[in-house]
Design a protein around this ligand. Structure first.
Ligand SMILES: CC(C)(COP(=O)(O)OP(=O)(O)OC[C@H]1O[C@@H](n2cnc3c(N)ncnc32)[C@H](O)[C@@H]1OP(=O)(O)O)[C@@H](O)C(=O)NCCC(=O)NCCS
Length: 205
């Protein structure tokens, strides 16, 4: 959660009852915000592709201010792809998107996801870049009637705790104890063996 001026942005999981509100917000966001980056044909095809309820295989998160929906994001349940990030045009540049993205990242990290992927609209490129995503390549999505919709494939490495074998050994008290005993034995036995060898050598001569 974060503050938007004096308003609290809260994030929750979407419910079936949110379905219509999600579609409406998505269409409004595209119409208003993406118009600057796409031509009419691309915009129409994009709007058409987003006019149905979203998919069952996504985890959808809703951003609210004073119990009003101001944005949403979606993460594919069985992969590491962000499939949606839309903010209401009246609430842009107030960190609604960033708050949603942080939430998505936390959910992904809990699932031990190491990397997030997104096929961002041209409109969202700077937003993702600002939030640590790097561009992989330009990616043309083919929409209805063979309309080409340019997007940007981007990714972000997530911070996960390192639990490598070597680091866990360093802090393993049992292995440290075993090492010390071995060192002690070597320290005691080497001079004794040397002395024994010298003794036998002198005796033989
Ligand atoms: C892209 C989008 C999700 C950003 O949401 P937002 O809530 O306005 O983003 P934030 O306020 O968290 O922005 C964080 C930073 O990202 C960058 N950023 C966000 N929108 C930007 C824009 N239109 N142009 C340039 N930089 C932008 C800025 O650096 C911003 O920080 P600042 O406002 O302090 O300069 C929103 O504009 C949107 O819904 N766009 C239409 C739908 C879309 O294209 N979604 C993208 C994925 S499909």
């Amino acid at each position: 959660m974060e503050q938007e001026n004096n308003h609290k942005i809260s994030i929750r999981s979407a419910r079936p009852a949110d379905s219509d509100a999600i579609v409406q917000l998505q269409l409004l966001s595209i119409e208003t915000l993406c118009a600057q980056d796409y031509n009419k044909e691309q915009l129409q095809a994009f709007l058409k592709s987003k006019s149905c309820p979203r998919y069952w295989d996504e985890k959808i998160f809703i951003a609210e201010i004073d119990q009003t929906i101001v944005g949403f994001a979606a993460l594919q349940k069985y992969s590491h792809v962000i499939t949606a990030m839309f903010v209401h045009p009246l609430h842009i540049r107030k960190k609604v998107g960033t708050t949603l993205l942080l939430h998505v990242e936390q959910v992904a990290m809990k699932k031990r996801t190491k990397k997030l992927l997104v096929y961002s609209s041209l409109t969202g490129k700077n937003f993702y870049a600002r939030n640590g995503f790097t561009t992989i390549c330009e990616y043309n999505i083919l929409l209805e009637n063979m309309v080409v919709f340019p997007s940007i494939k981007m990714s972000k490495q997530l911070l996960t705790k390192k639990t490598t074998k070597s680091s866990s050994k360093v802090f393993d008290p049992q292995s440290i104890q075993q090492k010390s005993i071995l060192q002690l034995l070597l320290r005691v036995s080497i001079p004794s063996i040397t002395m024994l060898l010298v003794y036998f050598f002198i005796k033989i001569r």
